[in-house]
Ligand binder design. Structure first.
Ligand code: ADP
Ligand code: ZN
Length: 767
């Protein structure tokens, strides 16, 4: 057969920042190997780059198309039903489809070499690759018995060694060497004798330290859980796309409902994805599922090593998992029989990715589910305004579990007005831990109970200020002041990581008048040790949790009651279940409230309700104390009263008035440049062009509102000056159309200006 005659055509996305897809021909033997989801090597603008096969095309009229160079993979990396999903992401978030796929796949799989370069023959196809291990087995047709060795002349553990191999039939060399120090020698000896055999086999890497003990036997569901499950099962059996919002207060037993839902899906032959907001929480969720589903569980998150992630991925593509558990990126699990996606704590902002493809995993999950005719369950004690509104208008089904398991009482919440301690002689002391909170901690300690204190700011103090000229020490790269960290005696930028020793003199007036103001978690711990010297205090924030496994250690000590008081940032607010924690203190509710962000109230309400949910999970009712300078703010009052509905109606009232989501769709166009004036100028030009586009547009322009450009609240970040233009639209479709036009003209405006445009659709971070 003529090698040069194309057999088939393939539609390829290349892993480069270019828009659109490309058609190549496939000839000869390669044509039989081509299938959707495999990587190929193609020549593209003078380079040999990785591409992904999106479609096989039988007929094509265009002439002169290029041939692909090679097919890289023996098996596809994603099933065909994900192609449309990748395309939707690319279209909605305005991001090249090849880069969408590259970001979804395990890292380290990309080939990008100048054309004409000699290909390295080994290892370039699969730089990560599956781990291969040597296994030792008894050779077929042989039998080992005691007569074969002389106990007097052999090493004394030889009998034991043989017994182990005969019993287990197959043991990895690594395990043998772990058990017997002379394992290597013993294997050699018996292989030479012709009784044992070495063989190389691919294995999935163990994900280390990942399990905590959970009873494999689920408790019987209570009547509310049963009722909810019945609705879920009903929908699963219909095998149609649908979304349920499960509004279940913290401690209402949502996890057991998730487990049963996954079980039903599995029995129907369909696979599930469970997403949790933090990598640390995948551990407890995965432990529960592993205890009950054994090795039919896969785990995907960004803290896995490239090799571990690769192994999990391959297991999933091979159909070896019924359920995939992970953080945001589990959305991309290459399941071909997807039937259920569960998103726990769906309101959590960590589902939004803030770099590269700026997707919101929760929203994207409903699209993936729709394409796979799957069911989505969004679970939360404090649903996002967006999701609850969708339930209100009937787009989602609403399921409610408003009581805690065993009818445990919700915690009693007290709000402390911190303005009343202003001007007292003990101001400095009282502003960190007010007298009522101090009293409550004291009583709790006396009862042998545990306390969690929450403050969403790490470090010792938030400002390092000259008392003479008022100048704060600032980061040279970002327009923010530096935070003083006592540990390591340094001033640190929380945005870019810049670090210096605190200067002795003010850089402006040269006086020795510098002092630290404000407080962070480190200072709270100091204060506690001063007030309660006998208490065992631990801190959990990004500074103390640098090392792998550290979070688990701290949580385990809390669980074992080796810690009396845990102080932490929002890491402590999520998910955990510790029955002996009966007091939660919020050191300052004002930090999140004062953010220049239309979601500030929503985030505060959620944080307060979530952290309050950490207490009273055992038999003793819990107590919560919230310190704030805004005691009458509606978000704080609603959190105090456990009144989600009231909060929802107040918040949606405001959003409707100001035309913010869920009553509009918004996009944030951020312009980043090295020069302040240049960035400002480009932003203004961009604004004018957007105005021109809108004038020409016939439809939908009345529904679009353009705000800015303005400097972002943090006007300079990591050395870049920042401007933003906010676009609000009544319709997501018109917004998308406008953004595409903006993208088309942006190259011209930005060309050689040194200014970069980032489009953030449905933005979360407004800083
Ligand atoms: P949520 O995720 O809604 O905050 P969890 O799923 O963590 O709540 O459940 C809270 C606690 O109740 C857990 O310790 C869980 O094991 C327990 N639990 C859940 N369902 C039941 C049940 N039907 N009977 C007894 N205990 C249950
Ligand atoms: Zn900085």
């Amino acid at each position: 057969m003529d090698e040069s005659i194309p057999k088939i055509y393939v539609q390829i996305a290349v892993a480069l920042p270019v828009s659109g897809t490309f058609t190549y021909t496939v000839t000869g033997d390669l044509a039989d190997k081509a299938c959707v989801g495999k990587r190929v090597l193609v020549s593209f603008s003078g380079r040999n780059v990785t591409g992904y096969i999106l479609r096989i095309i039988q007929h094509e009229n265009r002439k002169g198309l290029k041939n692909i160079i090679n097919i890289i993979d023996p098996y596809p990396f994603f099933p065909p039903n994900m192609v449309e999903f990748f395309e939707w992401l690319s279209n909605y978030y305005l991001y090249p489809v090849g880069l969408v796929i590259k970001g979804a796949l395990p890292t380290g799989l990309n080939v990008n070499i100048p054309a004409g370069t000699e290909m390295p023959h080994k290892g370039w196809l699969d730089r990560v690759g599956l781990l291969k291990k040597v296994f030792i087995t008894v050779k077929k047709g042989t039998a080992i018995d005691r007569s074969l060795f002389d106990p007097k002349r052999s090493p004394k553990n030889e009998g034991e060694f043989l017994k182990m191999i005969i019993k287990k039939k197959e043991v990895s060399l690594q395990d043998i060497k772990k058990t017997f120090t002379n394992g290597g020698y013993l294997v050699d000896k018996w292989v030479k004798k012709g009784f044992l055999k070495r063989s190389l086999r691919q294995v999935a890497r163990d994900i280390e330290g990942e399990n905590i003990f959970i009873s494999p036997n689920p408790p019987p569901l209570n009547s509310k859980q049963k009722e909810v499950l019945e609705k879920i099962s009903g929908k699963l059996k219909e095998k149609c796309f649908f979304t349920y919002l499960l509004h279940g207060v913290t401690g209402s037993g949502k996890t057991e409902v998730y487990y049963k839902a996954v079980k039903v899906a599995t029995e129907l032959g369909r696979q599930s994805i469970i997403m949790v907001p933090e990598i640390a929480l995948t551990v407890s969720m995965a432990s529960l599922f592993k205890a009950r589903f054994r090795d039919r569980v896969a785990v995907l998150h960004s803290a896995l090593s490239p090799g571990e992630r690769y192994d999990q991925w391959i297991r999933i593509t091979k159909g070896e998992a019924d359920v995939v558990i992970g953080a945001r990126s589990a959305l991309f699990a290459p399941l071909s029989r997807l039937g259920l996606i569960i998103i726990d704590e769906e309101h959590d902002s960590s589902y939004k990715q803030e770099e590269k493809l700026r997707y919101q995993a929760r929203d994207a999950a409903t699209v993936r589910a729709k394409l796979s005719k799957a069911l989505v369950i969004l679970g939360s004690g404090t649903p996002s305004i967006q999701s609850y509104q969708n339930a209100v208008i009937g787009k989602y089904g609403l399921l409610t579990m408003s009581e805690r398991i065993l009818k445990r009482e919700p915690p009693d919440i007290t709000v402390i007005d911190m303005t009343s301690f202003e001007g007292s002689p003990a101001v400095q002391d009282d502003s960190i831990i007010s007298p009522p909170l101090r009293q409550a901690i004291k009583e709790n300690l006396a009862k042998g109970k545990q306390t969690i204190l929450f403050l969403n700011r790490r470090g010792f103090s938030s400002l390092y200020l000259c008392r003479f000229c008022g100048e704060a020490i600032r980061c040279p790269n970002c327009e923010v002041s530096l935070t003083y960290h006592k540990q390591g005696n340094s001033l640190l930028c929380h945005y870019c990581g810049f670090r210096i020793q605190p200067p002795d003199r003010c850089p402006l007036c040269n006086r020795e008048n510098l002092k630290a103001y404000g407080f962070g978690t480190e200072r709270v711990v100091d204060k506690l040790m001063e007030v309660f010297p006998e208490a065992r205090v631990e801190r959990m924030d990004r500074d103390t949790m640098r090392y792998k496994g550290k979070v688990q250690q701290v949580l385990r000590r809390l669980e074992n009651c080796e810690t009396d008081i845990l102080v932490g940032t929002q890491m402590v607010t999520k998910g955990h279940d510790f029955p002996n924690v009966t007091l939660v203190g919020v050191i300052s509710a004002d930090l999140s409230l004062n953010n220049p962000d239309f979601r500030a109230g929503e985030i505060t309400f959620q944080l307060l309700s979530q952290v309050a949910g950490r207490t009273g999970r055992g038999n003793v009712p819990g107590r919560v104390i919230i310190q704030t300078f805004n005691p009458s703010h509606y978000a704080i009052i609603a959190a105090r009263d456990h009144d989600y509905k009231k909060y929802f109606s107040q918040e949606t009232g405001l959003r409707r008035q100001l035309n913010y989501p869920p009553f509009s769709s918004i996009a944030n166009l951020r312009l980043l440049g090295n020069s302040r004036t240049k960035t400002e100028k480009i932003a203004q030009q961009m604004r004018i062009k957007i105005g021109n586009i809108l004038i020409k547009q016939s439809k939908g322009k009345k529904d679009i509102e353009v705000l800015g450009p303005v400097e972002t609240p943090v006007a300079k970040l990591k050395g870049k000056y920042r401007q933003q233009i906010l676009i609000k639209s009544r319709s997501p479709r018109y917004l998308n159309q406008l953004l595409k036009k903006v993208e088309n003209i942006s190259a011209q405006i930005l060309s050689s200006s040194g200014v970069r445009l980032i489009m953030d659709v449905d933005p979360y971070q407004m800083m």
